[in-house]
Write a protein that binds this ligand. Sequence first.
Ligand SMILES: [Zn+2]
Length: 360
Amino acid sequence: MISRRTFLAAAVAGTTTALWTKGTHASSTTTPTTSIDAPSELGLSVQPTRVFKRTSDQNRLRTEYWLFNLMLRSPSQDKPALASLIVNGMSHGQVVRTTSWTAQAVAKSDLLAAAPMPAKEGGWLVAAFSIGDEVPVALAIDSVRCVLEFEDVHGRQRLEATVQLESYAQKTSLVFPFKGNGMITQGGAWNDGHRNRSGMFAIDAIGLTGLYAAMTAAGDASRSAAGWGRSIIAPAAGTVVVARGDRPDQPVLGVSDPAYFVAEFPNGGDPGNHVVIDHGNGEFSAIDHFQHGSLRVAVGDRIVQGQALGLLGNSGDSNTPHVHHQLQDGPDWTRANALPHAYANGPRQQHDRGAFFSAD
Ligand SMILES: [Zn+2]
């Protein structure tokens, strides 16, 4: 579970490249003055720093979709009066789709409408928007231009940011991190799921019995969950670069108690016991929430695909025994970028919340 503010805090921490350009123009009602060429230090930034498109063939509609965050930074906590947002879908430099947000829509969509938050660099975040779209593949949209207009003491201003959309070609062939029946309980950001920088394409899955039952006993103990203790296996070969197994499991189903989080993540996002595997090609698997004391690998181990890593558990920020898996472009999940991925078995392309699967 990640709140909007946690999400944005993660976004701020992870922003390394600002894809923004700054421009001003005088509206017809404003008389330009010579002293104000750069009337403000407001700036736009985009998170994540690489935005990948995903394709969908649901209902045999060949579509692709994307999601990123557009953030307005200010040198002070003061927010200008937001006037409009125009989002252009571009294909080879031509506008092929335009979405216009009125002032009312901009205000409603501002994730920071209630309060600004300090940014690590560049002052304050005073407004933030999730910009997403799903369009026919045939439009071949390869970039998105966002133009935010606002009024401040200098009159009508505009800021522009252009985001390149990339298609990611997964290099590593992955098997699902457990065998048997399961269900996706949380998918990526486009599916109202994980939203932090390295987890935007992550999955959470619970184990189910052969008859697709989620529980094998009454009560609210972790061991009553069908997936508890299931073997978690390496999605692909590689070298173990992170391995932590000393964290306690959450004792009560349905409750992710912060008392069991590590000190670094008091507000959530704690992966608990976790392993990161370097697949040797710029791709890394992060696998989280192992059972306390169950890890069978250590940093430096060379492992093969399917090798047992440990047992499905309920450690860290978790309210039911489950496995979390994400593909990322570096060893440190707090700094890496998320990479879209699919499995050769199990849920394959269906990473939506509530999707049942069988991984053999
Ligand atoms: Zn997760």
